[in-house]
Design a protein around this ligand. Structure first.
Ligand code: PBG
Ligand code: ZN
Length: 326
């Protein structure tokens, strides 16, 4: 005890701290989520997410060049479609020549070593903005939704996606997708389900970016409740039992306790989705001069790694050199 033991000895200089501190996650741990649109030479800034854009495929390929050179491990693609292409089921989402499918093909051709995940959901493709077709009563029809999710993942796999990433939070989605992939010869495609995904108020900027907010109601009938820890954990356990290769927690900074619990409960890789609202929150703070962006990003990202995340799904990935290098 003090005065014989002095804990400050171990942190008295940058030179000793450098030796003792856990390293920040390297670029290979990052998965960059990004938004793809039709057309050429298109780059639409997303007001609520500084530094993020909706990109046409040619612009996406351009942005990926420095990121591939940095060694960013993976990306996750989200597509948008014109209002005219939206319908009740969101069938444009499994068009084999849809935006995401074309983007996957182009990215894998140009950057074969970059792991490409494709988000599978219909909320950006349905005319009502929910994550599956609706019943007469206006609830999402679970069993119809999972058949469609399987079609989406097969179309992504056929385009060359390495990872199928279903985000709809439907019961049985992992089982249905695994069966669909295997029946179509895609038994090598990795399945990373959004396994514990909460009905969160932190998705606002993303819904802005994707134009995917529900027209009526909310997603509380299918996404997990932050008030019910046990069911939230069962969601991940079920996805593991159904054959998901990786699990996910989303959002992540608000749910570090649950991430740590998942880390104890499973040996599967876990991805932490550092979501849009968590991203924009730090940007907004920095813009007001209330905090230093780089320090806040490093501290929060270290927390995700420490709590047990193997993969960081992070919008900071396209700014890795500025934010994570000294
Ligand atoms: C859609 C989806 C959402 C996100 C990823 N996929 C939004 C939602 O569920 O409404 C959120 C990602 C983010 O906020 O960064 N199924
Ligand atoms: Zn959705």
């Amino acid at each position: 005890m003090f005065p014989d033991v002095r804990l400050r000895r171990l942190r008295q200089s940058a030179a000793i701290r450098r030796i003792l501190d856990a390293p920040l996650p390297g670029p290979e741990k990052f998965m960059w989520p990004t938004f793809v649109i039709e057309g050429e030479g298109k780059r639409e800034a997303i007001d609520s997410m500084p530094g993020q854009y909706r990109l046409s495929i040619d612009e996406l390929l351009r942005d990926l060049e420095p990121m591939a050179a940095t060694g960013i491990g993976s990306i996750m693609l989200f597509g948008l479609t014109e209002d005219a292409c939206k319908d009740h089921a969101g069938s444009e989402a499994w068009n084999e020549n849809g935006t995401v499918q074309n983007a996957v093909r182009a990215v894998k051709k140009e950057y074969p070593d970059l792991i490409v995940a494709a988000d599978a959901c219909v909320c950006a493709y349905t005319d009502h903005g929910h994550c599956g077709p609706l019943t007469d009563k206006g609830a999402v029809d679970n069993d119809a939704a999972i058949d469609n999710l399987a079609k989406i993942c097969v179309s992504h796999a056929a385009a060359g996606a390495d990872i199928a990433a279903p985000s709809a939070m439907m019961d049985g989605q992992v089982q249905a997708i695994r069966a669909g992939l295997d029946q179509n010869g895609f038994n090598e495609t990795i399945l990373m389900s959004y396994s514990t995904k909460f009905a969160s108020s932190m998705y606002g900027p993303f819904r802005d970016a994707e134009k995917s907010a529900p027209g009526q109601g909310d997603r509380k009938g299918y996404q997990a409740s932050f008030g019910d820890l046990r069911t939230a954990l069962r969601e991940s356990a079920f996805d593991e039992a159904e054959g998901s290769d990786m699990l996910m927690i989303k959002p992540s900074l608000f749910y570090l306790d649950i991430l740590a619990r998942m880390r104890e409960a499973t040996d599967l890789p876990i991805a932490a989705y550092n979501v849009s609202g968590e991203y924009s929150m730090l940007h907004a703070t920095a813009q007001r001069g209330w905090g230093d962006l780089k320090s806040m990003v490093q501290e929060s990202t270290a927390a995700l790694a420490r709590a047990g995340a193997d993969i960081l799904i992070s919008y900071w990935a396209n700014q890795y050199n500025e934010l994570f290098k000294d």
